[in-house]
Write a protein that binds this ligand. Structure first.
Ligand code: SF4
Ligand code: SF4
Length: 353
């Protein structure tokens, strides 16, 4: 498992998709873009926290992925300067751990801006939104072709909006991508708009494995039909590494009361609010309560206090819903979690987590 630095750059977006919530899990055009200095401070602190955590890991696990997103991060007026800064700020750490930046974007940058971003960002998750104007959708296609032409790592997600004309546009985009040799993945919408008819499923037969659609229930929304890890990864549980599943079982109270190592694998920073959380869905803190772990003013001291501890602490889960964070090693018994963490942490530092 890698360490995820999850950086929400701005809540503003140049789109206003009907299926996108207002707030940190979507976008909010009423909020101003955070200024450049605030963004730089957040990146510096996130790198410092990451350095502290990765110092305890075995060499093979000294990897960080920085997810750069919004709203729409490219919409931030200083995005080019900021992305260049993420390269500069990484320099003191480059011999300590490996960094891969990954931008999650609607791909609507000018050619010039896109080329510079591609020089600094190691990979992109491109999401296609049928609700945008033709001009921006053409920009998306051009930028996607550019990624393909330079061999830049990328995933393509098509947000399948079931409303009539938008649906047609999504399907037509999927066909376009297929013709270009681009692997685009349809994504069923979460929320009340994500109800699909049989005809919709038929249209997707060329793009989704028929086994995945065989048990689809057209009477309910996509989200109540269960979801796997956000990255689509399979996971093992009960330490049975031979069996991997998309959906990890849990009781009605999630993992409430379990010992969990999410703080050793995630850090979420929201530049708009200046707040840090364990991750975007996990609000559990070291004191066993829920809420932000620090803000831009207190993060320096928070990092210092962790550095003074002989070992990295773990969390006791205090929330009933666990979504992003499901993959972080966890156990009802602390001693089991300590054992599991020996897989990741430097043996000379294990025994006291
Ligand atoms: S492009 Fe993405 S962030 Fe922007 S409104 Fe649409 S779903 Fe939300
Ligand atoms: S919500 Fe999930 S990730 Fe967070 S502490 Fe609980 S079990 Fe761990």
């Amino acid at each position: 498992m890698t360490f995820l630095i999850d950086w929400l750059v701005t809540l503003k977006c140049n789109y206003d998709c009907a299926y996108c919530g207002i707030g940190p899990s979507g976008h909010d055009n009423s909020k101003p873009h955070p200024d450049y200095d605030k963004c730089v401070k957040m990146v510096s602190q996130m790198y410092a926290y990451c350095d502290l955590v990765l110092a305890k890991k075995k060499l093979v696990f000294k990897d960080a992925i920085m997810n750069i997103y919004g709203g729409e991060s490219i919409h931030h007026p200083d995005i080019v300067k900021l992305i260049k800064k993420t390269s500069e700020l990484y320099q003191p750490y480059k011999n300590n751990w490996r960094l891969k930046r990954r931008m999650t974007t609607n791909g609507t940058a000018t050619e010039k801006k896109w080329e510079v971003l591609c020089q600094h960002v190691e990979g992109f998750t491109m999401s296609y939104h049928s609700t945008g104007p033709t001009k921006l959708k053409n920009m998306f296609k051009r930028n996607l072709k550019y990624l393909n032409s330079i061999g830049k790592e990328h995933d393509v997600i098509v947000c399948m909006y079931p409303s009539k004309d938008y649906w047609k546009d999504c399907v037509s985009f999927l066909h376009w991508a297929k013709k270009q040799g681009i692997n685009a993945r349809p994504k069923m919408l979460d929320g009340p708009l994500g109800v699909y008819k049989k005809e919709h499923l038929k249209d997707l037969e060329d793009f989704i494995d028929s086994k995945e659609l065989a048990h689809w229930d057209v009477s309910v929304t996509a989200e109540v039909q269960g979801r796997g890890c956000c990255g689509g990864r399979r996971m093992c549980f009960d330490r049975n590494i031979k069996q991997h599943q998309f959906i990890v079982p849990r009781g009605p109270n999630g993992f409430l009361g379990w010992h969990c190592s999410a703080n050793q694998f995630f850090l979420h920073g929201n530049t708009s609010t200046g707040l840090y959380y364990t991750n975007k869905d996990c609000k559990v803190r070291l004191d066993g309560k829920t809420g932000p772990i620090a803000n831009l003013h207190t993060m320096g001291d928070y990092i210092k206090s962790l550095a003074e501890k002989p070992q990295l602490p773990t969390l006791i889960c205090a929330q009933k819903t666990c979504t992003c964070g499901t993959c972080a090693p966890k156990s009802i018994h602390k001693e089991n979690l300590t054992e599991i963490l020996k897989i990741y942490n430097d043996p000379s530092l294990v025994g006291n987590v």
